[in-house]
Ligand binder design. Structure first.
Ligand code: DP6
Length: 368
C-alpha cells in the first residue's frame, strides 16, 4: 500500500536530523499511574510522581535522522547500524509516538528512522530518554508541526517517561499533573544549562555492567507488588519541593542530600518488589560507601551519588572539590572509566552535513 502526504507542511523525501541528550534525574520517576489513578489510558505513560533532572552534555546523546517518503510501505528503524524489528512489544509501545505525530499532521506517510547513540561504551546508561526525545523532535520537525516543546513533551513521554525531560536542556521538572488525559503531565525547564557553572557531573562506567530487567517492566512490577511504593510516591513529591528550593539557592549540600536520599528510596522500593529488582552491585555499593566516607571525613557534603536503573553512578560535585572527588573515585576497583559530561542543552536540529541518512539515496549512512 502506498501512503500519500496530506499536509502541506510535510517535508517529503527531505531528511531532518536532530540531536537530543540523555538526562539524570535527581528526584526519580519510578512507577506509572494505572486506570483509576488520574489516568484514562495506560498507554499515555503517566507517572505516579513528579521528577527533576539535569540534561547531560553531548557526551551522552542520540542523533536521529528521519525521512518521510511515499516510497516507503512501512516504518523502518535502524539503531547503531542494525535494523530493529518494530513488531517487538516494547519497541512498538514506544513507536506509538510516530503514529500520534502522523495523526496530528493528518498523514499516513511512512518514515525511515536512523539513530545512533553516543553513549560511551560500558557506561551502562540507557538511551531511551535521548532516543525517544530525538525521535519525537525529529518527526515533529519533518512533519512540519509547529508544536511548542512543552506540548511535544507530552508525546515524547508516551515513548519514554524520561524522554519528555530530555527535550529541554539544563534543569528540568516533569510535573506529574492530575488530568486523566495527561495534558498537564509535561516537562518544563527550570533553569538553563548555564545556570550553575560550578556544578560538575562525573559518570562511573563499570567494567561489566550486567543486563537487567528494563525500567518499564521493573516499574510495572513495583507498582503491583511493593508495599513501600505508596510511601515512595509521597516522599518523591516532598523531595521535589525541597530540591527546587535548594536549586534556587544553589545550596549544594541540600541538593546532594536530597539526591542521595531520593535514589536510595527508589532502590529501596525496587528491593521491596517481588521478585526483588537489584540494579546496584558490589562496585556501586563500594562507591556509595566511599562517597559517604569522604563526606564524613570532610564534615560536609562534597559529593553526592545517584543511580538510575543500573550499577553506574552519576556523581555531583562542585568545581572546588572536583579533583579531590576524581582522585577518590579513581581508587575504586571495578570502575573502568570516569566520564565527565557537561550540562547540556535541549533537543535541536543539526545541519545536513551531520545527517545519517543519505539525502540522495535516502538510505542509512553506515557508522563504520
Ligand atoms: C530509573 O523513562 O526509561 O531512570 O517511561 O517506561 O520508558 P519508561 O521508563 P524510563 O524510566 C526511567 C527510570 C529512571 C528514573 C528517571 O529517569 O527518572
Amino acid at each position: 500500500m502506498k501512503y500519500k502526504a496530506s499536509s502541506p507542511g510535510i517535508a517529503i523525501d527531505k531528511v531532518v536530523t536532530v540531536q537530543a541528550n540523555s538526562n539524570i534525574a535527581l528526584v526519580k520517576y519510578w512507577g506509572k499511574r494505572s486506570i483509576g489513578e488520574d489516568c484514562s489510558d495506560e498507554s499515555l505513560n503517566l507517572p505516579a510522581n513528579s521528577s527533576l533532572s539535569i540534561t547531560f552534555g553531548d557526551e551522552l546523546s542520540t542523533v536521529t535522522s528521519i525521512v518521510f517518503s511515499e516510497k516507503l510501505n512501512e516504518d523502518e528503524f535502524y539503531l547503531n547500524d542494525k535494523k530493529i524489528d518494530l513488531d517487538e512489544k516494547e519497541i512498538q509501545e514506544r513507536f506509538i509516538v510516530l503514529s500520534k505525530l502522523r495523526d496530528i499532521a493528518g498523514t499516513k506517510l511512512r518514515a525511515r528512522v536512523v539513530s545512533r547513540n553516543f553513549v560511551p561504551t560500558a557506561s551502562g546508561f540507557g538511551s531511551s530518554a535521548s532516543g525517544m526525545a530525538a525521535l519525537t523532535f525529529a518527526a515533529a520537525k519533518a512533519l512540519g508541526l509547529g508544536i511548542e516543546t512543552s506540548r511535544l513533551s507530552e508525546i515524547a513521554r508516551i515513548g519514554s517517561g524520561s524522554a519528555c525531560r530530555s527535550l529541554f536542556g539544563g534543569f528540568v521538572e516533569w510535573e506529574r499533573g492530575n488530568k486523566p488525559d495527561g495534558r498537564d503531565s509535561v516537562a518544563k525547564q527550570l533553569y538553563q544549562e548555564t545556570y550553575w557553572p560550578e556544578l560538575r557531573l562525573i559518570v562511573t562506567a563499570l567494567e561489566n555492567p550486567k543486563k537487567s530487567i528494563s525500567s518499564r517492566a521493573g516499574m510495572r512490577q513495583t507498582a503491583k507488588t511493593s508495599r513501600l511504593y505508596k510511601e515512595r510516591i509521597i516522599g518523591a513529591e516532598e523531595n521535589i519541593k525541597v530540591l527546587k528550593a535548594a536549586l534556587r539557592e544553589k545550596d549544594f549540600e541540600k541538593v546532594g542530600e536530597i539526591t542521595m536520599q531520593d535514589t536510595m528510596m527508589m532502590h529501596a522500593v525496587m528491593l521491596d518488589t517481588r521478585p526483588p529488582i537489584m540494579y546496584l552491585n558490589d562496585v556501586s555499593r563500594e562507591t556509595i560507601n566511599t562517597i559517604e566516607e569522604l563526606n564524613r571525613k570532610e564534615g560536609r557534603i562534597v559529593a553526592a551519588y545517584t543511580y538510575d536503573a543500573g550499577p553506574n553512578a552519576v556523581i555531583l560535585t562542585l568545581d572546588n572539590d572536583f579533583d579531590k572527588v576524581m582522585e577518590t573515585l579513581r581508587k575504586i576497583n571495578g570502575i573502568s572509566k570516569l566520564i565527565v559530561p557537561g550540562i547540556g542543552g535541549g533537543a535541536r536540529v543539526l545541519d545536513e552535513s551531520q545527517s545519517i541518512i543519505d539525502p540522495n539515496t535516502l538510505l542509512p549512512v553506515s557508522g563504520e
